[in-house]
Design a protein around this ligand. Structure first.
Ligand SMILES: Cc1cc2nc3c(=O)[nH]c(=O)nc-3n(C[C@H](O)[C@H](O)[C@H](O)COP(=O)(O)OP(=O)(O)OC[C@H]3O[C@@H](n4cnc5c(N)ncnc54)[C@H](O)[C@@H]3O)c2cc1C
Length: 303
């Protein structure tokens, strides 16, 4: 097996263009498991850990179209390099990306969180990956690049099948673009124990009061991570109709329950070793209602 360790982004793209079958490795917490279990035998490993820009984040100004409503206006954006670890998300971005930080806290163990990256989670594109629900709910976009140029893909369009993403063979993930939260965000994950566990089902919710919109993300309950778009539209309209965005009044149980029902309806789970489809559907309804209650409580507190 060849091991190539470029020192610059341009070199990494050149390697990927010349050898599209080269397997990128960042934290290695997915790749090394696959190699050790002989699930994969790549001829070339493309180690991205020397490219320092990938391991950093900063703020910039730009437009993301991945949020629930397209405003077209320029926003402050967090530009999260693909190799930023979970530990850094937790320690540095809890305020600005609360949903992603909550999800990051549930990933693996301290060792996994020190090595594992958001870009690696996207590369693996597991339906159970914990980053996906909060990225969907926040309307994130994925910046990918090749020697042919750079493009952005909304999180909603990024997941195209079980463990398959929208990358072309010569492309690499460079960064994730996310608007800092303008309102409360929540993440909920059910596993068979409290730590080191793959989600049986997961759900993330983002309130976007600035856009009067709702973001959702469902994990581990469909072939790909996905939004519950009907639930988003229902909740945004219900809050509007009742004047609740402004009054921050009590949230009627009928709204919470219907939101839970619509989230569950958006899922398409299977029975597997971690749980049954029926359990996942039930759990999603409960998580959706609970995360909405928590988020609404935060929204009222911070009014
Ligand atoms: C013990 C253990 C516990 C775990 N617990 C969880 C958990 O609770 N939740 C969870 O979601 N995951 C979990 N994982 C899986 C894994 O830690 C995550 O998916 C992590 O985000 C992978 O990041 P990485 O940097 O280690 O990726 P790597 O292993 O380096 O790569 C993962 C995939 O992404 C591709 N890739 C990496 N970087 C790029 C790039 N820049 N461009 C294109 N493709 C790229 C690789 O080729 C590979 O296909 C666990 C893994 C282990 C071993």
């Amino acid at each position: 097996m060849d091991f190539i360790q470029p020192a610059s982004w341009a070199d990494a793209l050149a390697v990927k263009a010349a050898t599209p079958s080269a397997l990128p490795i960042t934290g290695g917490t997915d790749v090394m498991v696959e190699l050790n279990f002989d699930a994969r035998r790549p001829e070339t490993l493309l180690d991205l850990t020397r490219i320092t820009e990938l391991a950093d984040w900063d703020t910039s100004t730009g437009t993301v179209t991945g949020s629930s409503t397209v405003t077209g206006a320029d926003h402050t954006l967090i530009r999260l390099g693909a190799a930023v670890t979970y530990t850094r998300v937790i320690e540095e971005l809890g305020e600005q990306l609360p949903g992603l930080a909550m999800a990051a806290r549930t990933v693996g163990s301290p060792q996994i969180r020190n090595r594992g990256t958001v870009g690696g989670n996207l590369g693996a594109a597991s339906p159970a990956g914990d980053c996906h629900p909060p990225l969907l709910a926040a309307g994130a976009e994925i910046e990918v690049a090749s020697v042919r140029g750079t493009r952005t893909i909304t999180a909603a369009d990024f997941y195209i099948g079980v463990k398959r993403n929208a990358l072309q063979p010569d492309e690499l993930i460079r960064a994730i673009l996310i608007k800092p939260s303008a309102g409360p965000q929540q993440f909920s994950k059910i596993g068979t124990r409290n730590a080191m566990v793959i989600a049986v089902a997961a759900f993330s919710l983002a309130l976007h009061p600035d856009e009067r919109a709702i973001g959702t993300g469902i994990g581990s309950a469909a072939p790909t991570p996905r939004r519950a778009e009907q639930a988003e539209r229902f909740l945004a309209a219900a809050l509007d109709d009742a004047g609740l965005w402004d009054s921050r009044g009590d949230l009627p149980a009928s709204i919470t329950q219907e939101f839970g029902r619509l989230v569950s309806r958006a899922a398409e789970p299977i029975d597997d070793v971690r749980g049954t489809a029926a359990y996942r559907l039930h759990a999603l309804g409960v998580m959706a209602a609970r995360t909405l209650t928590w988020a609404w409580h935060d929204y009222r507190q911070n009014g």
